[in-house]
Design a protein around this ligand. Sequence first.
Ligand code: FEO
Length: 169
Amino acid sequence: MDSKVRELLNDQINKELYSAYLYLDFSNYFEERSLDGFANWYYIQAQEERDHAMLFYRYLQNNSEKVTLDAIAKPDVELTDDLTVLKAGLKHEKYVTSLINDIYAAAYDVRDFRTMQFLDWFVKEQGEEETNANDLIDKMELFGSDPKGLYLLNSELAGRVYSAPSLVL
Ligand code: FEO
């Protein structure tokens, strides 16, 4: 495997684990606000991010490439109010999309079709993640300022259940 592609794939393990850590911080914020549905939504999001990290980890190992684990940074979003947290989630997902695109571009440059095929799942997943984050912001802006609306939205988010990623390595 090309060294730059390997390095970017390895870095992505750390970025995905950071994402898990960030969303766990969001979940904790909403738990403290007694919004258990929002807390559940981000708790499951954190689980999905950990799954993403494991997919990069396994992909490198399956290709006999070295994995190096780095320190995970402290979550760096100021949790000032609900909407700020939701918007930070969307901003973070857009950043992750840019990282996936960077790895894809590096793989494309060296005709690493196997890595491109592996990344196809993540390209699609990022589209869904951005849509989900956007939907949350839209709903919060529409209903969040009304206590009854917030209660119903919280109840809806409490129904999110974890499902393992559809990509299996
Ligand atoms: Fe693993 Fe939310 O991107």
